[in-house]
Design a protein around this ligand. Structure first.
Ligand code: HEM
Length: 428
């Protein structure tokens, strides 16, 4: 997909004095987490604000729940291409998914609906129930491993539990062998952590991205070829053998499909699981409430997803001049949808900065809304619920054993390390 120039720069009057780079700078996210105090000010004073920070192409910051819904529900007016997320100008120019791949997240109707329809049946609750047993098995095994000899223990909850559970399940759904999970994990870390020194290969972004893409493509092309030759009962086979208008899916679209389902399917859920455990540690009363009343677990799952909002931003581009919240949006203007801000909107959530495991209703937008609503939302909810159901009742004690470390990314927010000290009782 071509990387197009943004509309020419034009000054929009600023209502609040905020440095727009604070909203999108990955280094800031690593150091301080999500900029909730800035979003709160924006929602109150200038809910649709234009920013044009040094080093970035301009964007409207969409911070209100209602505006995020309005934009997301009009894909013809607010397109998912060409920009995927707001990143530094030179990073956007070499952005692997946005510029060279054709995935669901950067397609528009009518193609988007046709492609999305191919995998939709696999993500329906009736189909996912087939792998619930595997989910429970994964949760039991990971929590059992955490227990060790039953005494007080320490671990990095991200690398030892949160990252592994969703990774195994998406790999299982896809039909990939267990020994390939390490490759998928490493490559996904490199993709989403491209601006985090811990996950860079050489630090030369352009070269790293080109190599990563070629590794992904080689792996997916081999998998697709094998599945075409001898199809199995898995998602990789379904996509490899699907047809559109009587013809196989073109190679670029097929490999892009593999990429989006495999990477979007575990990085985000990992961040929700790890961020959820941190939230429970920081709100011990809520952890006790969950332990006392397991019936609120489904509610707790959604509160964890609202609270952590693992996908922080996606961009839409106006296809023609329009109006939104009293502002004129020009054709070609980018609108940055801040999901985490919408999920703290005071007009929608009572006491939005309170973490409450029994919050109901909870109309959060962490999975997006409209055309691109997360394909894996049911899967993600099931994975988190099953893990909580195994872990929470068995926790005897839980505390931080060191500083949590955040990923340097303003696209997907989350923890890359969460050192914990805990004690777990035997199952049952
Ligand atoms: C807590 C976990 C998750 C969160 C917060 C999340 C969030 C999101 C969001 C916000 C979007 C919308 C993008 C847009 O509007 O442009 C999205 C799309 C998507 N998600 Fe998720 N996701 C999660 C888990 C998963 C899982 C487990 C899968 C499994 C495959 C998945 C696959 C996808 C795919 C394929 C899309 C693209 C859908 C489309 O464009 O039609 N996600 N996700």
């Amino acid at each position: 997909m071509p990387w197009r120039e943004a509309a020419p720069k034009l000054a929009y009057p600023a209502v609040v004095k905020i440095d727009g780079s604070e909203l999108v700078d990955p280094v800031r996210y690593a150091a301080k987490g999500y900029p909730h105090e800035l979003w709160t000010e924006l929602r109150r004073e200038d809910p649709l604000a234009w920013f044009d920070p040094e080093g970035y192409r301009g964007f409207w910051a969409v911070t209100k729940h209602a505006d995020l819904c309005e934009v997301s529900k009009q894909p013809e007016l607010f397109s998912s291409e060409p920009r995927l997320v707001v990143q530094r100008e030179e990073v956007e120019a070499t952005e692997a998914i946005g510029n060279t791949m054709r995935t669901l997240v950067n397609m528009d109707p009518p193609d988007h609906r046709i492609y999305r329809g191919l995998a939709t049946p696999w993500f329906k609750p009736s189909n996912l129930r087939r792998i619930e047993e595997r989910m429970v098995e994964s949760a039991k095994q990971l929590v059992g491993r955490m227990m060790r000899d039953g005494g007080p223990q320490e671990c990095d909850f991200v690398t030892e539990v949160a990252a592994l559970h969703p990774l195994r399940l998406i790999a299982h759904l896809f039909g990939l062998p267990e020994e390939d999970e390490a490759f998928i994990l490493r490559a996904t870390n490199e993709l989403f952590g491209a601006q985090d020194p811990e996950f860079q290969r050489t630090g030369d972004r352009e070269r790293d991205m080109a190599r990563l893409q070629s590794d992904f493509f080689a792996y997916f092309a081999k998998t697709a070829k094998e599945r075409r030759e001898s199809p199995k009962e898995d998602l990789a086979s379904l996509l490899a053998t699907s047809e559109i208008d009587g013809k196989p899916i073109p190679e670029l679209e097929l490999l892009s499909y593999y990429l989006i389902v495999l990477t979007a399917g575990h990085e985000t859920t990992r961040n929700a699981i790890a961020g959820g455990l941190l939230a429970l540690m920081e709100h011990p009363g809520e952890l006790r409430r969950l332990q006392a009343d397991p019936d609120v677990t489904a509610c707790a799952v959604d509160e964890i997803i609202r609270w952590t909002s693992p996908v922080n931003q996606f961009v839409r581009t106006a296809t023609r001049k329009t109006r939104l919240r009293g502002r004129t949006i020009r054709e070609g203007d980018a609108l940055c949808l801040f999901y985490a801000s919408a999920n703290r909107d005071e007009d929608v959530f009572e006491d939005p900065f309170r973490f409450r495991v029994d919050r109901r209703p909870n109309p959060h937008l962490a999975f997006g809304i409209g055309e691109h609503f997360c394909l894996g939302a049911t899967l993600a909810r099931m994975e988190i619920r099953v893990l909580l159901e195994e872990l929470v009742p068995r926790l005897v004690s839980l505390e931080l054993a060191g500083e949590p470390e955040r990923l340097a990314s303003s696209f997907v927010g989350g923890l890359k390390h969460l050192p914990i000290r805990y004690q777990i009782r035997p199952a049952g």
